[in-house]
Design a protein around this ligand. Structure first.
Ligand code: ASP
Length: 348
């Protein structure tokens, strides 16, 4: 009888322990970020500007690193990293967003949790200081995945997310960028009117540097979960209501624990048409391709073949990273659990 009692007690104890057992945190974690792809040439950069970009990228990396190191989630890390860049006028996201053709700032953002495949995004918002946080609220506090314009702003306000006057997003650099884009476009229109063979080029931005510049982050945390986040003002001189790839799940933003987390930057229309991020995930899942090969296939071959350009950052479930781009440069960086950190701007 006593023996039986001991066996039963041990069984109950064992079960209780199993239920409360804490899964040990893994050692390995990774964060990869970008601050946009474009015609970024060393010859056009001042040492001061270069330093400012490096510091801003470093701040984003260190912010996410601290969260991941302490066992925080990939979701928290990518949101926090992106917020630092949204608050920095150097990047085309949050403060510093580019202007639409009408002279407004219309922001897009998305976030995705690789563990649950839950996702949230906002598009065309004009008063939310940190659109990435609003995107996360859509994911966590609403039954929806995507909210746009006034509705998204109302929802964000209800959730206690910081609302600002649209003038908050104004920067002189971006305003000048719009004026340049407009005058280039009208000169181009006049030229192309006289040369019908150039019809297609009407759609192509000339100086892509000041047209692009999204921010994004992807992470693998110590629980083995992946997450991706992207935030942008879109493309300079975009038409009213235009939505890019950043808030489209599977195009500019995607995360799946079975494969990879991806955040893109570049000519959004092409990223949408190529279903960029999900295509890479599918190549890995169903085509058994390695991250590097799948990402290179899409960014270095299929994207330019269609007429687009841009880049992305990615981390797979094993912590492998990729940062391909087919533009002149891409603000980018990564930090790993062993402290290895790299920040780069140009092609090298
Ligand atoms: N992909 C963004 C968009 O098309 C622009 C960018 O990455 O700079 O909205």
């Amino acid at each position: 009888m006593r023996k039986l009692l001991i066996i039963v007690s041990l069984f109950i104890l064992n079960k209780a322990l199993a239920q409360t057992a804490v899964v040990p945190l893994r050692d390995k974690f990774v964060l990869v970020i970008h601050g946009g792809a474009g015609t970024i040439l060393k010859s056009q950069m001042t040492p001061e500007k270069e330093k400012a970009y490096q510091e801003a990228l470093n701040k984003a990396l260190e912010t996410g690193y601290a969260i991941l190191k302490n066992g925080g989630s990939a979701m928290d890390a990518v949101e926090a990293a992106v917020r630092t860049m949204e608050d920095n006028p150097l990047f085309n996201a949050g403060k510093g967003a580019v202007f639409t053709n009408e002279g407004k700032n219309e922001l897009d953002a998305a976030i995705m949790d690789g563990k649950t495949l839950a996702a949230g995004s906002v598009a065309g918002v004009t008063t939310i200081r940190n659109p990435i946080t609003a995107a996360r609220a859509v994911m966590e506090k609403s039954p929806h995945v995507m909210m746009t314009g006034k509705g998204a702003e109302k929802f964000a306000q209800q959730q206690g997310i910081e609302i600002v006057d649209p003038s908050y997003f104004y920067t002189e650099d971006r305003w000048k960028g719009l004026q340049r884009a407009k005058s280039e476009d009208s000169t181009k229109m006049q030229q192309d009117h006289t040369d019908t063979s150039k019809k297609v080029s009407l759609r192509q931005p000339e100086n892509k540097d000041y047209k692009y510049g999204t921010v994004g982050a992807v992470a693998l945390d110590r629980h083995g979960n992946l997450a991706a986040a992207t935030s942008t003002g879109g493309m300079t001189n975009k038409k009213f209501g235009r939505v890019g790839d950043a808030p489209i799940i599977g195009a500019g933003t995607y995360a799946n624990n079975a494969t990879v987390a991806i955040s893109g930057t570049g000519w959004g229309e092409y990223f949408i048409r190529l279903v960029m991020a999900k295509s890479i995930s599918d190549m890995m899942e169903f085509g058994k391709m390695k991250l590097k090969n799948a990402a290179d296939e899409m960014i270095m071959k299929r994207l330019p073949a269609l007429g687009g350009d841009g880049g992305l950052v990615a981390v797979d479930k094993n912590g492998n990273i990729a940062m391909p781009f087919c533009t002149e440069g891409m603000y980018r960086g990564y930090i790993k659990s062993d402290g290895k950190k790299e920040i780069r701007i140009y092609k090298d």
